[in-house]
Write a protein that binds this ligand. Structure first.
Ligand code: HEM
Length: 489
């Protein structure tokens, strides 16, 4: 009966097979979830929407770009939530911005938005430069020793340090010390082991399972670590009147005053415990999601981009020329403005996020019955809908030769009216978009202004990276190894 849910509603459905429904390749670990949804899109894209089953749970896969715009933006009032499991009492860190729904989400989103303005990021920029220089020095040593570099791992360490600094105000050096606690915790959040995959997948798609068994969406030691870091940082800053230009400072402002100042003020007014507007758990939940959502997405983007640049040497040289020319204009200074002037750099990042979206699908929960425009089909309240971002961005109907890395697709002359959703879209668009792009640009500029990158395995000139068939996201098996050499003048 469960497997006839869509049929009974007059919606075309794929033939499900017990016990995995239509997600057999994911459950059997033949392809990660992002790729599994993309494959369903490629097979069924002639249908604007199609009913599928995540094990026994009915989901609606939305293929038609116009209907996607309705779901994500025009009819947002029906789809403002992601439907993730949240239980702030038993699982305090589950109450973060990515998971919150309804009025709570609206409230926190409007309060947190001023944290990520370009004015604020400009003032945090020096932290990024400092970590970028550590990265450059590390790679310089590898180049001098003629050693290859696994950029998938190295960039995860670099972005961990950026988020630890910009997010938590902690000066971390996981670039040189891979045993560092922040790196260990970050690795654990996205580990490819069965326990973590089940935890993440059930948080997204089987939230009732989490509720029933009191599953926490992250492991207890990660929760304890994050709570301690935030508690100690807040206490230290409050009792020593420390002002540091980072996100934690703005979270403290929000906690003590109920708003993040729109001016350039970083100082925090003191507040008695009873006057505080956010609990320690709420601050930690937000800080945690900035860490989890912020480090892995950007490091995946930088490393996939470096891989493509290593196999497309002409594009690498063109990008280096763009970087050199802008830096020369600014007397070699890497500043917020100079980095944002590098147009080809922006195109390379856009194309990387098209080919390898760090978040390969979006999901929304329908919060009140929704009649699909132009049809008599109703999406029932409580249904999760899936937007197959990876599939859409690899569809030759929208992007010719989708496997080719062509940054020029995103030059000003190129048309922009194509499905492109690496950061989602308004109103629930990624809140950290600017910071994500900034740290991605910084990582690439630090690498390419000083080094040339080559493939270690020449076979990748003609074959694609092999992706891990486990998990939710796109993970290259065995990392991404490149050879680096210092650029001559
Ligand atoms: C290249 C880097 C990044 C990519 C590709 C990316 C991608 C995304 C995507 C696809 C979403 C879901 C949007 C939707 O459902 O419509 C999202 C949401 C989110 N991202 Fe990012 N992200 C990046 C960097 C960051 C950074 C640096 C932070 C924070 C420091 C961050 C924090 C968040 C948060 C909190 C949400 C939930 C927003 C909400 O629901 O209101 N992301 N991101």
């Amino acid at each position: 009966r469960q497997f006839s849910y869509w049929k009974r509603r007059g919606v075309a459905q794929l033939v499900p097979v017990f016990p995995f429904g239509n997600l057999g390749p994911f459950f059997r670990q033949r392809s990660c979830l992002g790729v599994t949804y993309a494959e369903l899109y490629h097979r069924w894209k002639a249908l604007p929407f199609v009913g599928i089953y995540f094990s026994l749970r009915p989901l609606l896969l939305i293929n038609d770009p116009e209907l996607i715009k309705n779901v994500l933006t025009r009819d947002f009032e029906y789809f403002h939530d992601r439907g993730l499991h949240v239980n702030e009492g038993k699982d305090p860190l589950s109450g973060h911005l990515f998971a919150l729904g309804g009025d709570k989400w609206r409230h926190h989103r409007s309060k947190l938005t001023p944290t990520f303005t370009s004015g604020r990021l400009k003032e945090m920029f020096q932290n990024l430069v400092e970590i970028g220089l550590v990265l450059q020095e590390y790679v310089g040593k590898r180049a001098a020793a003629g050693e290859e570099v696994d950029v998938r791992e190295l960039m995860a360490r670099y972005t961990t340090d950026v988020i630890a600094s910009v997010g938590f105000g902690i000066e971390n050096d996981s670039i040189n010390d891979s045993d560092n606690m922040f790196r260990k915790m970050g690795t654990k959040v996205f580990a490819q082991d069965l326990k973590t995959i089940v935890r993440l997948a059930s948080t997204f798609f089987l939230p009732k399972l989490n509720a029933l068994f009191n599953f926490k969406f992250i492991a207890q030691d990660i929760e304890d670590f994050m709570m301690n870091v935030v508690r100690e940082t807040l206490e230290y800053r409050e009792s020593n009147n420390v002002v540091r230009k980072d996100i934690m400072q703005l979270l403290m402002q929000l906690r003590n005053t109920g708003t993040v100042s729109m001016d350039k003020i970083w100082k925090v007014e003191a507040a008695t415990p009873s006057a505080k507007q956010l609990s320690l758990e709420q601050v930690t939940a937000h800080a945690f999601v900035f860490f989890a959502a912020g480090y892995e997405t950007s490091s995946s983007t930088i490393s996939f981009c470096l891989f493509e640049l290593a196999r497309n040497v002409n594009i690498q040289r063109k990008l280096q020329a763009d970087i050199d020319q802008v830096l020369a204009k600014h007397n070699g200074a890497i500043t917020y403005d100079s980095i944002n002037e590098m147009k080809y750099l922006e195109n390379c990042i856009d194309e990387t996020l098209r080919k390898y979206p760090a978040v390969p699908f979006l999901n929304r929960e329908c919060t009140k019955d929704y009649v699909i425009p132009g049809t008599s089909s109703t999406v029932e309240k409580g249904t999760t809908v899936i937007i197959p971002v990876l599939g859409l961005q690899h569809d030759p109907e929208f992007y010719s030769e989708p496997q080719k890395f062509i940054p020029e697709r995103f030059s000003e002359e190129a048309t922009t009216d194509k499905p492109y959703l690496p950061f989602g879209t308004d109103p629930r668009v990624c809140i950290g978009l600017r910071l994500g792009k900034l740290q991605t640009k910084m990582g690439l500029v630090m690498m390419l202004s000083k080094f040339n990158i080559r493939l270690v395995d020449e076979a990748y000139h003609s074959k694609e990276l092999e992706l891990d068939s486990k998990g939710l996201f796109l993970m290259p098996i065995g990392g991404i190894k490149v050879a680096v050499s210092t650029r001559s003048d």
